[in-house]
Design a protein around this ligand. Structure first.
Ligand SMILES: [Zn+2]
Length: 468
């Protein structure tokens, strides 16, 4: 497999092409793109046959080892590769280590092995065990093992240890890769560890970028995965990502994984990231939400996302998104999907997945078109304004939920004549009540199921312990 780019600017949006894929000689894939997130080898909630109704384009399937680790024995006896094993042999397979949609518990790393939190419990793997799995899976591409247990709150000692562990894994994995016959056509992605420490990142780049066999790089160790990544601020990421990109060889593929929201994706595309994943669609579907942000800068639609659990959609007979050509929008109404998700029918998340993945892949198509036309900034402005407006509504609703809880507590403790402040907001009960006409009690109840925490809140709650 080979990767080429159109842009010689070190840090800026670029179009790339993955081609000369050994198992798929007639296939080529344009970047920036998103790999299809899978769990246990399949896209959550839908089968491969259903996915063929979502998109006819060539795709890369992301195979996190954490959810496929127990495939190894079967794969050793199986004649084909991992894409064939999971029934998606028309796709390119990419084995990654952790699951971007699942929070990875920090603090369980050792000097020569990392933890995988599999369904069977914690499994410690070292470079040798990792490469055993990779050789059994025979993927078209894979990420090298790394110590990614860092985030914005990690200490310098932790980031430094993460880098020395990653360099050691890199050497061992590459030695095995170069000797391996079954992996001679696999595209290797080196991993750049080091959290938010510039010096650690530089040390890792200096060691990992010396090998020409590596076809691309994953900028790893920015977070501990999971839904919290959605709300991590792009401003926190940009300085370190820009620093790494400027030091990486510019002709090589650059990847970042995680459930980034579209605004952050656009910021990362502006810096020159080529490869993402669709785990964001999964976390949206899990909270019964559908993407509706606009891909047309002239569009008057200002709704970023719909929460189909809300009572207001019970008798709404429009499709999720007017003009969307997906199977869900062409056949089903918001009202019917509202019914399915409230009674927990399996068809609910299935229909939401079809729409969300379809819309997210269209989003990347639009990104490529805008880079070609030089209109990426206009798209970014449009989606950012929709996203920010939606976040304001969510925050306001959350404040009302807090106020509503406060009122109940006050009733119980007979202190209702006081005007206390909410836990994490400077808005008083009176301030918020003035705006409460716009929201009915149903919305408040539903928002209690839609509570989100920021990545910083999560990090603050988690004591990061360094064992190494
Ligand atoms: Zn749709």
């Amino acid at each position: 497999m080979k990767f080429s780019v159109n842009n010689t600017v070190k840090c800026g949006p670029r179009l790339g092409l993955l081609k000369e894929i050994e198992k798929h000689p007639n296939m080529s894939l344009e970047t920036p793109m998103a790999m299809l997130y899978t769990r246990g080898g399949s896209i959550p909630h839908i089968t491969n046959e259903v996915f063929k109704l979502v998109s006819h384009e060539s795709q890369i399937i992301q195979i996190p080892l954490v959810s496929t680790y127990n495939f190894e024995d079967a794969m050793n006896d199986f004649q084909g590769d991992i894409a064939d094993f999971v029934g998606m042999k028309e796709c390119i397979s990419c084995v990654t280590v952790q699951d971007p949609a699942d929070y990875t518990q920090p603090g369980h790393h050792f000097q020569n092995c990392i933890p995988l939190w599999t369904r069977q419990g914690k499994v410690l793997i070292n470079a040798k065990l990792y490469m055993n799995s990779i050789e059994a899976f025979k993927p078209d591409m894979y990420y090298l093992l790394s110590d990614s247990d860092t985030n914005i709150a990690s200490s310098v000692k932790r980031t430094s240890n993460a880098v020395s562990n990653t360099i050691s894994y890199f050497k061992e994995c590459m030695e095995r890769h170069e000797k391996s016959k079954v992996l001679k056509n696999s595209f290797v992605m080196g991993t750049i560890a080091g959290g938010y420490c510039f010096k650690s990142r530089k040390d890792c780049i200096d060691a990992v970028c010396s090998n020409d066999i590596v076809g691309g790089y994953l900028i790893d160790g920015l977070h501990n995965n999971g839904p919290e990544v959605e709300l991590q601020k792009a401003e926190e990421l940009k300085p370190i990502v820009k620093y790494v990109i400027e030091k990486l060889p510019q002709e090589k593929l650059r990847a970042i994984h995680g459930c980034w929201n579209p605004v952050t994706v656009l910021e990362l595309v502006q810096l020159g990231i080529d490869l993402f994943d669709t785990s964001y669609c999964y976390i949206l579907t899990e909270r019964s939400c559908a993407l509706t942000f606009s891909l047309d800068v002239e569009d008057k639609n200002d709704q970023y996302e719909l929460n189909l659990r809300q009572q207001q959609y019970a008798d709404d007979f429009q499709p999720i998104l007017s003009g969307c050509t997906c199977l869900t929008c062409s056949k089903y109404s918001r009202g019917y999907i509202h019914h399915l998700v409230t009674v927990q029918e399996l068809l609910g998340p299935l229909l939401l997945t079809i729409h969300n993945v379809h819309h997210y892949l269209k989003f990347f198509e639009k990104i490529r078109e805008c880079i070609r036309n030089g209109t990426l900034s206009q798209l970014q402005e449009k989606i950012t304004s929709q996203f920010n407006a939606y976040q304001e509504i969510i925050t306001k609703k959350q404040t009302l939920v807090n106020v509503s809880k406060l009122k109940e507590n006050n009733k119980d403790s007979d202190v209702s004549n006081q005007t206390p402040r909410t836990d994490n907001s400077s808005i008083t009960e009176e301030d918020a009540t003035e705006d409460s006409d716009a929201f009915d009690n149903d919305i408040i109840k539903e928002t209690q199921n839609d509570t989100r925490t920021t990545v910083m809140e999560t990090i603050n709650k988690t004591e990061v312990k360094s064992i190494s």
